[in-house]
Design a protein around this ligand. Structure first.
Ligand code: NAD
Length: 363
């Protein structure tokens, strides 16, 4: 069988973006060589870097390169320099344009505790030890986009703010399918989160997810109200494997779940569309305060590359290899400043990259 060959568009963006991206690319090249997976890397501009070069945060050329690739690996965008531009010309507009341009509707946010970093969690060791959760959030529907929306004058002259939480059956089914497939790649448990005791939109959500379950008899499905989920995530987070929910609930719960880990420099994410093309990026921003100083933690970026292999390119063995390497460097005691604790070695971004290559090569 000939070696698989993938075209990856790299969007290093701003701030620490280029530094952490360089580490992720080195790791991908090493794993690709070891497992006979070919990568062709194509770089493109986004965010502030694109504004400086072309005047807009998402040049058409960038979107086109992304569309023609098998996956997109993004670092981060933004910085003080562009903060005063009008909102449609700010770096963030590049990110939103990318998501809508590629029709990305599913956001996957893992919250996994590395045993070596348990002390960074705000919760007790016995509560968080072994936590490994994936929140699958619907990204393009629900109350953020439902119509009508706006602030309207009433007959009494008082103003009334309106947003509408709405989901069609097909919107629920497509995010549901991503969630069932995701649970299948994990421990086979899916918890659907809604507010079906109060909201009709949630009753439809629950009805469709329950019907979909017939197509996935190997997945154990449960349902939970969102208020209870918020409690359970801090009371007993280990009960969760994969969670699927709508845009608003997912926005809140994915941040809550992420905080269980306590370290932003370790959190990857994925946004997927129906064509199979996805964007993989760290949860953190461009950290302009430490940019260019070789202080950034590249591990969220490296773990984003692992997510790309698992959820974008269907190469789970390569993803496993990278995730194991991250665990091994932490085991060696190597830490960037953001995850430093007593009796560990402080390393910079580049040295963390070197350490990853060393463990991958078995040195
Ligand atoms: P941030 O995530 O960039 O930084 C928050 C804090 O965490 C900073 O002290 C930073 O030094 C630290 N940090 C973040 N990532 C780190 C890493 N990998 N290693 C070590 N330390 C790390 O958030 P912010 O300061 O609110 O925003 C900075 C810029 O990033 C802004 O322009 C914002 O708009 C942008 N931003 C972009 C994204 C994205 O690209 N998806 C997300 C959030 C913020």
């Amino acid at each position: 069988m000939s070696a698989p060959q993938y075209r990856i568009t790299l969007l290093p963006g701003d701030g620490i973006g280029p530094e952490i991206m360089a580490v992720a690319v080195d790791v991908l090249k090493t794993v690709g060589r070891q497992l006979n997976i070919g990568f062709e890397f194509v770089e493109a501009l986004i965010g502030g870097a694109a504004i400086d070069a072309t005047g807009v945060p998402l040049p058409e050329d960038t979107l086109e390169k992304c569309r023609q690739s098998d996956a997109v690996l993004l670092a981060a965008i933004g910085g003080y320099k562009w903060d005063t531009l009008p909102s449609h010309l700010r770096p963030e507009a590049g990110l939103l344009g990318l998501r809508s341009g590629l029709k990305l509707f599913a956001n996957l946010r893992p919250a996994q505790i590395f045993p070596q970093l348990i002390d960074a969690s705000p919760l007790k060791r016995e509560v968080v030890e072994g936590v490994d959760i994936m929140v699958v959030r619907e990204l393009t529907g629900g109350i953020y986009f439902g119509q009508p929306k706006g602030i309207f004058a009433t007959e009494t002259g008082e103003r009334r703010g309106v947003n509408t939480m709405a989901y069609t059956e097909s919107e629920i089914d497509r995010i549901g399918r991503v969630a069932f497939e995701t649970a299948r790649k994990r421990r086979g448990k899916l918890c659907s989160v809604d507010k079906a005791n109060v909201l009709e939109v949630s009753q439809l959500w629950r009805d469709r997810i329950t019907k979909l379950a017939a197509e996935y008899p190997d997945i154990e499905l449960s349902h939970l109200y969102v208020d209870n989920t918020a409690m359970q995530l801090v009371r007993n987070p280990k009960q969760f494997d994969t969670i699927v929910t709508g845009n608003l609930f997912g926005d809140i719960l994915s941040d809550e779940a992420a905080m269980l880990t306590g370290s932003i420099g370790m959190l990857p994410s994925a946004s997927l569309g129906s064509s199979g093309l996805g964007v993989f990026e760290p949860v953190h921003g461009s950290a302009p305060d430490i940019a260019g100083q070789d202080k950034a933690n590249p591990l969220a970026q490296v773990l984003s590359a692992a997510m790309m292999l698992r959820y974008g390119l269907q190469q789970p063995a390569a993803a496993d290899k990278i995730e194991r390497a991250v665990s091994q460097v932490l085991e060696r005691g190597d830490r960037t400043g953001d995850i430093m604790s007593a009796n560990t070695n402080l390393v910079g971004c580049r040295a963390m990259g070197d350490a990853l290559i060393e463990v991958l090569e078995g040195k």
